[in-house]
Ligand binder design. Sequence first.
Ligand SMILES: C[S@@+](CC[C@H](N)C(=O)[O-])C[C@H]1O[C@@H](n2cnc3c(N)ncnc32)[C@H](O)[C@@H]1O
Length: 494
Amino acid sequence: MTTSDLPQRLRAALTTAGFTYDAVAELLGPLAHAALGRNETTPGLRRTAGGSPLETLVRLFLLQTTVDAAAAEAALPGLVDRLAAEGFVEQSVGEVAARLDVRPYATGDDDLWVVSDLTPGLDGREARVAADHVLGISSASSSLAQLTMREPVGRSLDLGTGCGVQALHLARHSREVVATDVNERALRLTRFNAALNDVRVPVDVRDGSFFEPVRGERFDLIATNPPFVISPATGERLVYRDSGLPGDRVVEDIVRGAPDHLTDGGWCQVLANWVIARDVPWDERLLPWVADDCDAFVVQREVIDPASYVELWLKDAGLHGSPDYLTRYDTWLSWFEDQGIEAVGFGWINLRRTEAAGSRTRDFLEWPYDVEQPIAPALSAWGAAVGVAVTLDSRLLVRNDVQQETVGQPGAEDPDTVVLRQQRGLRRARRADTVEAALVGACDGELSVGRILDALAQLLDLEPAQTRATYLPVVGELVIEGFLEPAHSEPVRD
Ligand SMILES: C[S@@+](CC[C@H](N)C(=O)[O-])C[C@H]1O[C@@H](n2cnc3c(N)ncnc32)[C@H](O)[C@@H]1O
């Protein structure tokens, strides 16, 4: 790949052809779009036979079918030879076929394009990929993009950049981005994608393993979707998913190493898999990874049993149905057993480094339920809430999306169960007793927590001092979990 004017010229051609995410979605329609999401191209081929430049680009790069050379020339004027020389396409007599994937990507109001390796396995074709395969935009990329906090920052780090999709996002709210990888092809594609998208801030693309290329440097934000697949590391290593480290060491090393690369108040956000070991609660196993100077909010989104996990990743590698499929499956499962791995957790690790003295918050949440996307604002809100010092003098407000659900026998005077449920963000829910539910309901931003608790103690015939002592910590939890918010600016924890 080159540092020439190819990115600019390709950008101009893609813009002229109207090759945007929305235009492609409209051209394909929901049925063909969904089919392509399942790696099936037939409905898409039926929708793109008209010969317009947009249809040609969709057929060439997304549906991976050969296009007529004249149509390719019309869609990419004066560029086909250059693209062939740079390995984007291959020419044969009268026809052009894609060798790289070029696809539109929408983020907010921006239309971007991302170049990566071709999606393997379309229409049931061979799905095995080379060891240095550069993944395109995957569901994991999108999850991390939705997780990553988008407040303006100075320096950000995309660790394990792949095709550079996180770096493109980070460049929209950072003054400077560093993107690292060990795959030389990924580094070249990231540089190309930064130029293709006319990124205006410096994107410093560096070769090297994990934190090695940023030794001694600090960042305000680290976003990473590392090669986290937990496997016996037998056979070939696919660099986009296999770290070469045993078990979940790659995630542990990143979590342990990140604080040395974070500024005061800086965040590290990791999309990860972790081992759920026999007889050890998942959070107890991860807790020691978190450094003393960090707040941590870890959300386990999914627990996958060993057999489903092995099947998922053997299929991802295109090995389903291969002659040694059964042997690989058996080897992987028996390795899980030997290692005492009962299941694999999938989720988000969010760390915030805080230099000031004081206690740190560790929130380990098992939350497999539907959440509002992008989830990043809810995580930022968690970070803000952790900093609030809740006292009896605090004046708090119930968040305006919190609703109360009651369950009980028909006609009963009192419900058996009261649940407070958020309609937005993480959509957390928690059971509340009578005092807690009434307290949340009474938080109008005017009365202090102490006054509300005293009034409730009187109303419910409870001992006031005991009620304050019991429920003040509960109020702290309600703030961190986002059910209550400070009405005015509350003192911040030291
Ligand atoms: C799952 S992909 C993530 C790609 C991209 N960041 C995204 O969100 O789609 C993991 C990336 O980590 C890279 N990688 C593998 N081993 C690495 C290492 N030791 N140090 C840095 N990056 C590594 C792979 O080449 C790959 O690009």
